[in-house]
Design a protein around this ligand. Structure first.
Ligand code: LIP
Length: 268
């Protein structure tokens, strides 16, 4: 196992503790699918329980750090240099439907730079972690993005808009452009795992719009430390605020971004 820092140990221990409850609750969801009311309220409770555990464990370990959490929002800390960015259950819709593809995502932003990230997929016990300058790792194995250099050989991931999303027509044109050139496109339903899979070389790239900071912050550190590039679709770097991202290996980041930028926006 790679030597992990005290910081990564704190993050992975918190993820594992919260995951024990998520895995137990996930087992219950299967039974609730056939109930008239369905599992929606139960899953919301599981989501909030996971976040409560993560908040308590991380606050105990680093009392002054602030928080940005999907459910709990912003909690200012006495140490303004450090902020945890947390998604306690990324892939909520998968979880709700009994699909075993979801994760806990924890990132640390230090001096306004994404410094460390953990993405834990509890059903298959895959612990992805990265710390600035320390590389990206999966269960003790060092990760590198893939070396594929051709669109025709590349597999990409994305998020498909759904009821209440926005820019759906533009997305369809972007998807069509990528479909015409790539080996395939996947929509797995968890942005943090999509990013982790780019870092692991399983996807050549991933893009999504309308995404939240807590969905991708940890994945950004994983992809960068595995040798990949992360920007906004227009090439900017404010992807956490502007809610859109392209993450890919160095050979595919440009070509994928070019296809997405060239797709006509419905408004044009
Ligand atoms: C989900 C993301 C997914 C996106 C969904 C949703 P959640 O996060 O991981 O990629 O397409 O709209 O945002 O809501 O399960 O934490």
């Amino acid at each position: 196992m790679a030597n992990t820092s005290a910081l990564i140990n704190v993050m992975t221990a918190a993820a594992r503790k919260a995951a024990r409850h998520l895995v137990r609750d996930f087992g219950e969801v299967e039974n609730l699918q056939v109930s008239r009311k369905g599992p929606a309220d139960f899953v919301s409770t599981a989501d909030r329980k996971s976040e409560s555990i993560l908040h308590a464990e991380l606050k105990k370990a680093r009392p002054g750090y602030g928080f940005l959490m999907e459910e709990g929002g912003v909690i200012e800390g006495s140490d303004s240099s450090n902020t945890w960015i947390i998604d306690p259950l990324d892939g909520t819709t998968n979880f709700l439907h009994g699909i075993p593809f979801f994760a806990i995502s924890i990132a640390l932003e230090r001096d306004r730079d994404l410094f460390a990230g953990v993405v834990y997929e509890p059903i298959t016990d895959q612990m992805f972690w990265a710390e600035k300058g320390q590389g990206a790792h999966l269960n003790g194995r060092r990760l590198r993005v893939s070396a594929r250099r051709e669109l025709a050989d590349s597999l990409f991931a994305t998020g498909i808009p759904f009821k209440g999303s926005f820019k759906n027509e533009h997305f369809v044109r972007q998807l069509d452009a990528v479909m015409q050139e790539a080996a395939g496109v996947r929509r797995l339903g968890s942005a943090s795992l999509d990013m982790a899979y780019v870092a692991a070389g399983r996807f050549e790239g991933y893009w999504e719009t309308g995404i939240n900071a807590w969905d991708i912050a940890a994945g950004v550190v994983l992809v960068r430390e595995a040798g990949g590039f992360v920007t906004e679709i227009d090439g900017g770097r404010d992807f956490l605020t502007n809610q859109n991202v392209v993450a890919a290996n160095p050979f595919m980041h440009g070509p994928l971004g070019d296809l997405l930028r060239a797709a006509p926006n419905a408004a044009e």
